[in-house]
Ligand binder design. Structure first.
Ligand SMILES: C[S@@+](CC[C@H](N)C(=O)[O-])C[C@H]1O[C@@H](n2cnc3c(N)ncnc32)[C@H](O)[C@@H]1O
Length: 455
């Protein structure tokens, strides 16, 4: 199969099942043999079409008679073609159209139709006018930036138009690869030198002492013409025993928790173990982390991550933390609740998250998030710390949960995140003292965290 055929197969699977893009793409890479250049092309096509789906449909809708009923295959082919024409540099339009039309080649009638629509997109898309930002801001953002209307409306109502425009723009960018280095094993500067020596262009994180960012997975030109394979270089890097792929905003949460150097930490929503392994390596041999998760399979992944990283001070426990007996928390110095959430802070990496949530699902999540916090709070000892965190920007999942909690549990006080994260930009701390990261302001994934002490 060629890359466009593989991308089409992935898109068709995504239109049928509620599965993540990464699992569908990974499965396709296992099934079909593609070189690293073609794999990158498949990734660009699948993630790009999902990210820009609503914009692509709006543009295509200007050229396809609404009475014409497109089946999912032809819709996906048209989206693939329009995405290449509107968003991918470096592919001559005639080649993009010709190769895309070939995807429908079994049916001569439809190839003519797809060819005609894509030629119209090529010729006329730049003249199209989106609904006005002044008079129809929701439609303008929904179609021109490709977001569901209910979310755009929600963000404009809660945070205002300038925030929504900036957030939507930043969340459509392709995020850099962000790595956490185990600084107990490896000096960060030396690791950066190593990365440069193999053709990568790393930068040290300005947020955390163990973060390294590799801009857009860039590989230096000096590797051109050599036999080095970019995918294999990156695979070798990210499977090392001193490296974990993790966004800087996620790393900040572990630092927020680790102030005062707790020795026994319970991580109540631990899998796949990004924060567990970070915290465990900070605690070292003199303490441990109890890693809890509701999903057995995910905890297996967590144990595999611990074993790859040589982390030995983690015990695991499969339970539902909202209903199980959590009395073991009494001995903990700190509890982390990295709650399941909408993930809207990570739209750069997971563009599908915008399409697969509803406002009702947010309410269900709110319920779960509150219950997790409440269950931990009933057991933590006086003086103990709870850090509640999410990777979303939704106020209802963040400030909403914590303020409801503080009303019902007045024996908890907020500790200002600024005191734990002295290097953090001032605008990443809310007036209440919570950590709040936005991609458009800080250039990293959106995240929220509150540090709460039981008095
Ligand atoms: C945001 S993820 C945690 C990510 C993890 N902290 C990390 O840094 O890699 C949320 C996790 O909570 C788990 N979870 C959801 N409901 C739960 C419950 N009732 N009890 C325990 N874990 C739960 C999910 O299985 C999922 O692994």
């Amino acid at each position: 199969m060629n890359p466009r055929e593989v991308a089409l197969a992935c898109l068709l699977q995504l239109s049928k099942k509620d599965v993540s893009i990464s699992s569908v793409v990974d499965e396709a890479f296992n099934r079909y043999t593609l070189n690293s250049r073609d794999r990158r092309f498949v990734n660009a096509l699948v993630y790009g079409v999902i990210r820009w789906k609503q914009q692509l449909d709006w543009v295509l809708g200007q050229f396809v008679n609404p009475k014409f009923r497109l089946d999912s295959k032809h819709r996906a082919i048209l989206r693939l073609g329009a995405f290449q024409l509107l968003h991918l540099d470096g592919i001559p339009p005639h080649a993009a159209i010709y190769e895309t039309v070939q995807l429908a080649k079994k049916n001569r009638k439809t190839t003519g139709f797809i060819n005609a629509v894509l030629r119209s997109v090529q010729r006329k898309a730049s003249e199209l006018v989106y609904p006005s930002l002044d008079t129809h801001p929701i439609d303008h953002i929904a179609y021109s930036m490709s977001y569901p209307k209910w979310l755009v409306k929600r963000w404009i109502q809660s945070r205002g138009l300038p925030w929504t425009l900036a957030f939507c723009e930043a969340s459509n960018q392709i995020a850099s690869l962000s790595l956490r280095i185990d600084i107990n094993k490896t000096y960060r500067d030396e690791f950066c030198e190593y990365l440069k020596s193999i053709g990568l262009s790393p930068k040290v994180s300005t947020f955390v002492p163990d973060g390294i960012v590799i801009e857009n997975n860039a590989i230096l030109d000096k590797n051109k013409g050599t036999t080095l394979d970019k995918d294999n270089i990156l695979k070798d890097v990210i499977t090392r025993d001193d490296v974990y792929v993790q966004d800087e905003s996620a790393m900040l949460v572990s630092y927020l928790l680790m102030k005062d150097a707790p020795k026994l930490v319970v991580d109540l929503c631990a899998a796949p173990g990004g924060k567990t392994t970070h915290i465990a390596s900070m605690i070292g041999n003199t303490g441990k982390v109890i890693a809890v998760d509701i999903t057995k399979k995910k905890l297996t992944l967590l144990r595999e991550n611990c074993s790859r990283l040589g982390v030995k001070n983690v015990d695991t426990l499969t339970i539902d933390a909202t209903s199980a007996d959590l009395s073991f928390i009494k001995s903990a110095d700190a509890v982390l609740i990295d709650a399941p959430c909408s993930g809207f802070g990570t739209l750069r990496r997971h563009p599908d998250a915008r399409w697969n949530k509803t406002s009702n699902q947010l309410l269900v999540l709110n319920d779960l998030q509150y219950k997790l916090l409440e269950s931990a709070a009933r057991h933590i000892k006086p003086g103990g710390i709870i850090v509640y965190s999410t990777c979303t920007v939704e106020q209802s999942e963040n400030q909403g949960i914590v303020s409801r909690f503080l009303k019902n549990f007045p024996m908890f006080l907020v500790e200002n995140a600024e005191d734990c994260l002295p290097e953090i930009p001032k605008n990443a701390i809310t007036p209440e003292g919570f950590l709040q990261i936005f991609p458009h302001e800080h250039g990293i994934d959106g995240a929220f965290a509150a540090r709460l002490r039981r008095i």
